[in-house]
Design a binder for this molecule. Structure first.
Ligand code: CTP
Length: 409
C-alpha cells in the first residue's frame, strides 16, 4: 500500500500556511488490511479510518458517483485498484487535489500548483457539481485566501451559478450549510464569502433576505455608502478586522434585514426596520439551525441596534428597559457582544471606519450602574415576590438617572 498526504495539508504547506489537520489517502489497500494494521473504521460503510496513534484520517482511494439528490445520494467505489489520480479527480478544487508522499514528492495531475501560483480557485472536473456544498466551500476558500489575492476562476463561477439555479442547494442539510457558513464567517474576509455567493446566485437561494438588501438605499447623511447590501458587507468586514466572535459576526450579517422589506415609496428611510426585520432574522436562524447564542444575539441586535447608537440620548427608563431585555445582570457577556455589534455597525460605513464610538463605554457604564444595585438591603426591608422585583427596578432606575446626570455633567 502507498500512503499520501492530500487536500488541505498539501495546499497549505505550499502556501506557507500552518497545517493543522492532515488527511491521508491510502492506495492499494483493502479494509481488511487497514483493520489488521490497527486502524479504526470511522463509519460502518465508509472507507475512512483513524490512525491507531495519531488519530488522523486515512481514507482508501475511492471514486464517487452521484446517485440522487443531496448528500446522502452518493455511491462510492473503494478498492485496491483505484489509482491516486482517480481519487484526486473527484475532489473539489485543483489546489485541494494534490498529493504528497513521505519524501514530499508532489502528485499534481490537475495542476493545483499552477493555480496556487495564479491565485485561482478552479474546479478539478465536472464532478464538482456532484456535491452542491462545494458552492459554499469555494466561497469560504475565497474568503480565506482573499488577502493572498485568490479569486474564483470564471468557469468555476459558471458551474456554481448552474448549481445555484438547478435547485440543488435546497437539498443541503442545515447542519452541513451551517458548518460552512460559520467557518466562512470566522475567516479574515467573511464579506468575500457573501460576495461570491451573491455573484453566483447562491445567496438568493440560501439567504434571499440578505440578497434583497443590495440595491436598497439608505440616507446618505448617515450612510455615505448608501446601499444597504454594501453596508452589511462592510459591517461584516469590520467584525473580522476587530476579531469578533461568531455570535457577533452572525448578528452583523443579519442586523438590517428589515430594510429589505421597506416599501420603495419610503426609501431611503427605513422606519421600524428593527421590528420588521425580526421575523426574517428568525427565519434565517431557523433555516440553518444556528446555535442558540447566535440566534439570540442576532435577534437582540436586530431589535435594539438603533438603541445602541442613540444610547447617549436614551431616557433612563428606556436604558433600563434595554438592560432588562438583555438580562444584563445574569448575561453580561451577551450585552458586551451587543455593544460590539453596534460598534461594528457604526464603523461599517464608508469613510467612518475610524470614528470613535463613545456609545460603547456609555452603555458599559450604564450596565455597571444598574448592576450595582444591591438586593440584600431590599430583602432586609421586607420586600418579596413581585414587589421585590418592582423595588429592584426602581433602584436601578435611580442609579441610571444618577449615571446619566453624572455623564452629561
Ligand atoms: N473535499 C472535496 N469536496 C468536499 C469536501 C472535501 O473534494 N465537499 C476534498 C478536498 O480535496 C479537500 C479534502 O477533501 O481538500 C479534505 O476536506 P476538508 O478537510 O473538509 O478540507 P480541507 O481542504 O482540508 O480544508 P480546511 O483547511 O478548510 O479544513
Amino acid at each position: 500500500m502507498q500512503i499520501y498526504k492530500v487536500g488541505g495539508a498539501v495546499r497549505d504547506r505550499l502556501l506557507g500556511k500552518p497545517v493543522t489537520d492532515i488527511d491521508w489517502v491510502v492506495v492499494g489497500a483493502t479494509t481488511e488490511e487497514m483493520l489488521a494494521k490497527g486502524f479504526r473504521p470511522v463509519g460502518a460503510d465508509f472507507p475512512v479510518f483513524l490512525h491507531p496513534k495519531s488519530g488522523e484520517e486515512y481514507a482508501l482511494a475511492r471514486t464517487e458517483r452521484k446517485s440522487g439528490r443531496g448528500y446522502g445520494g452518493f455511491t462510492f467505489h473503494a478498492s485496491p485498484e483505484v489509482t491516486l489520480e482517480e481519487d484526486l479527480i473527484r475532489r473539489d478544487l485543483t489546489i485541494n487535489a494534490m498529493a504528497e508522499d513521505d519524501q514530499q514528492n508532489l502528485t499534481d495531475p490537475y495542476h493545483g500548483q499552477r493555480d496556487l501560483e495564479a491565485r485561482l480557485l478552479r474546479h478539478v472536473s465536472p464532478a464538482f457539481a456532484e456535491d452542491p456544498l462545494r458552492v459554499l466551500r469555494v466561497a469560504r476558500f475565497a474568503a480565506r485566501y482573499a488577502t493572498l489575492g485568490f479569486t474564483v476562476a470564471p468557469e468555476t463561477l459558471g458551474l456554481m451559478r448552474e448549481l445555484s439555479e438547478s435547485g440543488e442547494l435546497q437539498a443541503l442539510t442545515a447542519e452541513r450549510s451551517w458548518k460552512e457558513i460559520s467557518r466562512a464567517l470566522m475567516e479574515d474576509q467573511p464579506q468575500v464569502f457573501i460576495e461570491v455567493l451573491r455573484e453566483c446566485g447562491a445567496l438568493k437561494v440560501l439567504m434571499p433576505e440578505v440578497d434583497a438588501l443590495f440595491g436598497v438605499p439608505q440616507p446618505e447623511a448617515h450612510h455615505p455608502e448608501i446601499d444597504t447590501g454594501v453596508h452589511t458587507l462592510s459591517v461584516l468586514e469590520q467584525s473580522a478586522q476587530h476579531k469578533q466572535p461568531l455570535t457577533v459576526r452572525w448578528a452583523c450579517l443579519l442586523h438590517d434585514l428589515g430594510k429589505g422589506l421597506t416599501p420603495e415609496e419610503e426609501w431611503p428611510r427605513h422606519i421600524a426596520h428593527e421590528h420588521t426585520g425580526l421575523k426574517l432574522i428568525k427565519a434565517v436562524n431557523e433555516r440553518f439551525k444556528a446555535p442558540k447564542d447566535c440566534q439570540e444575539l442576532a435577534l437582540l441586535v436586530g431589535q435594539y441596534h438603533t438603541h445602541g447608537h442613540r444610547a447617549l440620548e436614551l431616557k433612563p427608563s428606556t436604558l433600563l428597559e434595554l438592560l432588562q431585555s438583555f438580562d444584563v445582570y445574569r448575561r453580561p457577556q451577551r450585552f458586551e457582544e451587543f455593544i460590539s455589534a453596534c460598534e461594528m455597525d457604526a464603523r461599517g460605513r464608508k469613510g467612518l471606519e475610524q470614528r470613535s464610538y463613545p456609545q460603547a463605554d456609555y452603555l458599559r457604564g450604564a450596565a455597571t450602574a444598574a448592576r450595582s444595585v444591591a438586593v440584600q438591603p431590599l430583602l432586609e426591608k421586607g420586600f418579596k415576590g413581585p414587589e421585590l422585583g418592582e423595588a429592584i427596578k426602581r433602584e436601578r432606575l435611580k442609579a441610571l438617572k444618577a449615571y446619566k446626570e453624572a455623564a452629561s455633567a
